[in-house]
Write a protein that binds this ligand. Structure first.
Ligand code: AMP
Ligand code: FE
Ligand code: FE
Ligand code: ZN
Length: 295
């Protein structure tokens, strides 16, 4: 397991201040590495981002910042603007919600303690899922999940189910068994959205509601956005352009920074390519300048 030790100095550089002049500036601000449920190493994510011609990246692993230990020195070598990021699991009115944190202090003790709490929550939650699977005649042992590099998520459970011949695909595992509301789902003891936003702010960061497109309940989102969010993930390529327009208008009306990213997971979600959505210069400048000012 990787340590949570992160080099203090990050890849800040003066170029960030001139981003607004760059019409072709692009930063993928939502992707996952092998430290959560992605299939690429942090190093590869940086190489792939550079290959696309992008100038910025934020690695937003689920409930961990462990990727940054490897990513920071490589981003610096490659002259890539690497913005601290994380995607935190939480609940609002008992429904699962993902909140992106950006531009925070990667070494903040409260943030690191919160990540530790998530590790423990996941250990218990995964045990509950494995028990339910066993009850349905599908034996998956904790040792079958040991291939996960750090954070163990449901996609790892789905992969173990495929290996054992219980399902044919990750999609089938989620749709039949371990997706929210399915027979072997267990939510675990998730923190609230309120707590999650407070921790991001305490660590000097900005809280952004992830992929509102996936929630599909406008009244719920209206109530959720009364919390002190700083941004809204308006650009999300799994949906056609008019959907993004809807979220851009909502972000503007509520004075939220419109962000975007691919939600790339590598071969775990083969239909989603890195960079298929991105944060444009105007929004990235706001995130980066906050980072430069507050951490
Ligand atoms: P966890 O954080 O362990 O509860 O796992 C949640 C992750 O599982 C999400 O962030 C997605 O990456 C993945 N996931 C959720 N639903 C599906 C689905 N229907 N098919 C494939 N992956 C999914
Ligand atoms: Fe994921
Ligand atoms: Fe998510
Ligand atoms: Zn994600």
């Amino acid at each position: 397991m990787l340590s949570q030790r992160i080099p203090r100095e990050n890849s800040k550089c003066k170029a960030a201040l001139h981003l607004e002049n760059l019409a072709d500036f692009r930063a993928d601000c939502h992707c996952h590495s092998i430290l959560s449920d992605g299939s690429e190493t942090p190093k590869n994510l940086i190489f792939l981002t550079k290959k696309l011609g992008f100038q910025g990246l934020s690695i937003t692993d689920h409930d961990t910042v462990a990727a940054y230990e490897e990513a920071i020195p490589i981003a610096k070598e490659c002259d890539l603007l690497l913005l601290p990021g994380i995607e935190l699991s939480c609940h609002f009115e008992n429904h699962s919600v993902h909140i992106l944190g950006y531009a925070f202090d990667l070494q903040h003790p409260s943030l690191l303690a919160f990540c530790k709490r998530h590790e423990e929550r996941r250990r218990e939650r995964n045990r509950a899922i494995l028990q339910k699977l066993a009850h349905h005649g599908m034996t998956v042992l904790e040792s079958d999940l040991a291939f996960a590099a750090h954070i163990v998520g449901r996609p790892h459970i789905a992969q173990a189910m495929i290996k054992k011949g219980y399902v044919h695909s990750i999609q089938e595992a989620f749709h039949q068994w371990i997706g929210e509301g399915k027979p072997c789902y267990a939510p675990g003891d998730r923190p609230t959205a309120e707590e999650t936003i407070a921790i991001i702010h305490e660590a000097g960061g900005l809280a952004v509601l992830a992929h509102p497109h996936l929630i599909q309940d406008d009244a719920f989102i209206e109530r959720l956005l009364q919390l002190p969010f700083d941004g809204l993930e308006a650009y999300y390529c799994r949906f056609p352009a008019p959907e993004n327009e809807k979220w851009l208008k909502i972000a503007e009306a509520k004075n939220l920074i419109p962000t975007g990213g691919s939600d790339f997971h590598g071969i775990v979600k083969p239909n989603i390519s890195l960079g298929c959505s991105f944060t444009p210069a105007k929004s990235f400048t706001k995130l980066w300048e906050h980072y430069a000012r507050h951490t």
